[in-house]
Structure formats: C-alpha cells, structure tokens
Design a protein around this ligand. Structure first.
Ligand code: ZN
Length: 152
C-alpha cells in the first residue's frame, strides 16, 4: 500500500478569514496587499492579519499593486522530493520584494508564462535582483500569483 505522501497532490494554499480577500482578488487577476485603513498610518502589511502592527488599528483595506517586483532570494529544491514535486523538478521557489513596498516579500515560483510548468525556467537563469512581473494561474480550486521575468 502506498504511503499517503507518495500519492498526495501538490498542495495549494488554504485561505483563512484574514487572507481570503488576497485569494479572491488573485482569482480576478489582481495582486492586492492588505493596508491599514487608518489614514494617519496607511502601512501595508503581509501576511494579512486583523490588527495593524504599527498603529494597532483593526480597520483595513486592500491596495492594488502593480505586480512588479525584484527577486530578493530563491531556492532550487534538490532530491529527495515528494513524488508530486520530483515530477516537476528542477523547479524554483523565489522570494519577490514588491516594487511599491520592498518590505513586502511574497514567495512564489518563477515560470516562463502563467500556465507554464514549474520547471519552465532554467535555474541557471535566475538572478537576485532580476525584475519580475506577477501573472496568475488557476491551480485546482485556487488562483496562484506566479512570476515571470520582465526581460526573459
Ligand atoms: Zn496602522
């Protein structure tokens, strides 16, 4: 009998109450970041949470981002990998700092196009500081932000 980890599909995020708007906007092709709705503060925050860490306000809104950013860091996972991931290796996981808010960093995958496979970018082409743009791909029942190079 196969171990459950051998047959498990690739996992997609599960939205909680605080993060649900992020995923709802992503499904519309919009990258939005939670922001404090206190006009005297207006700080962006990520991951989403109920209270502003700067002014402690519980009022929030969602600000649309350009989707532009730069690769702040990345990894290329090596075996042993779970079978569902091994089938897509060599893939990458990148950390992107947003152009409008370099303190805000999102983890995702660098791909050749929104619907491209996770191994669609040669890891040797990935550079810290490279400019990227968010794209959106439907994966299972969720729409994931992914990243493409501005100059492929
Ligand atoms: Zn605030």
């Amino acid at each position: 009998m196969a171990d459950a980890t051998e047959t498990a599909p690739l996992l997609t995020p599960t939205a909680d109450d605080d993060g649900a708007p992020f995923w709802a906007y992503a499904a519309r092709g919009e990258l939005r970041i939670q922001t404090c709705a206190n006009p005297a503060c207006a700080e962006l925050r990520f991951p989403p949470r109920p209270c502003c860490p700067h002014c402690h306000s519980f009022d929030s809104a969602w600000r649309r981002m350009s989707g532009r950013g730069r690769i702040w860091s990345y990894v290329v996972p090596h075996p042993p990998l779970l079978p569902a991931y091994a089938a897509q290796a060599p893939y990458n996981a990148i950390v992107v700092e947003l152009a409008e808010a370099p303190r805000i960093r999102l983890v995702g995958n660098l791909v050749a196009a929104a619907d491209a496979r996770l191994d669609s970018v040669d890891p040797a082409r990935i550079r810290i500081g490279a400019r990227v743009q968010a794209v959106f791909a439907r994966v299972g029942d969720v729409t994931l932000p992914r990243w493409v190079l501005e100059r492929p």
